[in-house]
Design a protein around this ligand. Structure first.
Ligand SMILES: [Zn+2]
Length: 456
């Protein structure tokens, strides 16, 4: 018999499940989800639970109790999070982050599956480079890593990358996202050719929609604020991505939507697509920081230093529009854009925030309050939906047959963000000192704990 883990007395939540009960995992796969209490009443000694659980507990290799030490259902069990967008800085920038520190940080944030972007040194622009990074991640055995491949060779925007040699993605495909993250592919002819290759291989293209135009360049030259020209760039980039997506029939995924206008364009394109046939699929993500913070926060942190991120933190109006787009389903997924930097790099104007270790708590604090969004919907945005975008049918749910990838949360605990305690080398959090709700206590990969919070 295989290795067995019993997770008992949890509130079990995924996008379609919200019960009190227990999960039985065997050989890294969920074997059963059993509603009701898992154990004996300490007062009377009466058997409270389904007899199946008792039998499982007797021959389990590990029992994790969500209600231990309490007389109530204490902790929440969710499917491990799936991140469509992170920067691991490996190979090339160990002072910012390494594969190991990024993987530890991801696990500490509740993530089980992560897409890391290709803007490393050297750039991940061949299938071999992707496979070799993935193999190194597998050896660490902390998370399931799907490195993105660049669209152009060396991310230089001159010729296509190894995507021309990409086989048609099957169930075991390692390359599941292509992206020129960090910049948009300015040459539209080359971008179209890349989308056609992606369409052929059946791989999603994540678009970092920031495309310069005559107007945005003029605005930039005349000394207009970043808020002005970067908004033009996002609108321009999203418009072109949707147009070329329609033309090529490729699955376009818009990364880190930050403006009201971009959200509106995506909403309109999705409505139109609903009425039309064709292979074009459009999905979109938003980051926790764009939902939680605005330009006032950036100004306070230093708009060109510690508060700098691409795209920039926007107005309160944009923030409300993004939350509305999450609520009405225009935005499919929440992705971290985890972008670790050293302190001196931030002071020198490097863009981006460390994100893994605050993402879930930010979303819980910001979205799951006043019943704006339910916890099952949040599980969908951070796990079920991104797993579907990646074509991974074996995760993102807590149902029999799925991978036994979970994380345990104390949803009622408040904590204060202290980057000194992060596993990530990047301490560049815009939430330093803020109080957030919901503490990640444990992350489980294929039935085995890979992260346990001190004190749990
Ligand atoms: Zn990015």
């Amino acid at each position: 018999m295989g290795r067995k883990t019993v997770l008992k007395n949890f509130r079990i939540i995924d996008e379609g499940v919200n019960i009190l009960g227990s999960v039985i995992a065997e050989d890294g796969i969920i074997r059963d989800v059993i509603p009701g209490p898992g154990g004996y009443s300490e007062d009377s000694g009466d058997l409270l639970s389904d007899r199946r659980i008792v039998r499982h507990i007797q021959n389990a290799d590990m029992v994790i109790d969500g209600g231990e030490g309490t007389d109530k259902w204490g902790l929440t069990l969710l499917p491990a999070l799936v991140d469509l967008h992170a920067h691991f800085r490996d190979p090339g920038f160990p002072e910012k982050e390494t594969l190991e520190s990024a993987s530890l940080a991801a696990a500490a944030g509740g993530y089980g599956t992560v897409v890391c972007m290709a803007n490393t040194h050297p750039v991940l622009d061949t299938r071999e480079a992707v496979i070799s990074l993935r193999a190194r991640a597998d050896a660490l055995d902390l998370i399931d890593l799907f490195p993105a491949m660049a669209l152009s060779r060396g991310m230089e925007g001159k010729e296509l990358s190894g995507i021309v040699k990409l086989p048609v993605a099957g169930a075991g495909g390692v390359v599941r996202i292509l992206s020129e993250d960090g910049k948009d592919l300015a040459n539209s002819a080359l971008f179209t050719a890349a989308l056609e290759e992606a369409r052929r291989a059946g791989v999603v293209v994540s678009v970092h929609a920031e495309l310069g135009s005559i107007e945005s360049q003029a605005a930039r030259k005349s000394g207009k604020a970043r808020a002005v020209w970067s908004r033009m760039e996002e609108i321009n980039g999203v418009r072109r991505a949707i147009e070329l997506g329609k033309k090529t029939g490729c699955h376009i995924h818009i990364a880190h939507v930050s403006t009201l206008e971009a959200a509106e364009m995506i909403r309109a394109a999705k409505a139109e697509r609903g009425g039309a046939a064709g292979g074009f699929v459009l999905s979109a993500e938003v980051t926790p920081h764009h939902l939680f913070l605005s330009e006032e926060d950036a100004a306070e942190l230093g708009s060109e230093t510690h508060g700098l991120v691409n795209p920039p933190l926007r107005s309160a109006l944009d923030r409300q529009a993004l939350i509305a787009a999450v609520l009405d389903g225009t935005i499919d997924a929440i992705a971290t854009d985890h972008a670790p930097h050293t302190r001196s790099d931030k002071e020198g104007g490097a863009a981006g925030f460390t994100g893994f270790e605050t993402a879930f708590s930010i979303c819980l604090t910001e979205l799951v309050r006043e019943d704006r969004l339910s916890l099952p919907r949040l599980a969908s945005l951070m796990s079920g939906a991104p797993a579907r975008i990646l074509g991974l049918a074996d995760r993102g749910r807590i149902v029999p047959g799925c991978r036994a990838d979970f994380f345990v949360v104390d949803a009622s605990a408040n904590w204060t963000v202290d980057p000194a305690l992060f596993r990530s080398r990047g301490k560049n959090s815009p939430c330093t000192g803020r109080e957030l709700r919901g503490r990640v206590l444990m992350t489980i990969r294929q039935g085995r704990p890979v992260f346990v919070s001190p004190g749990f």
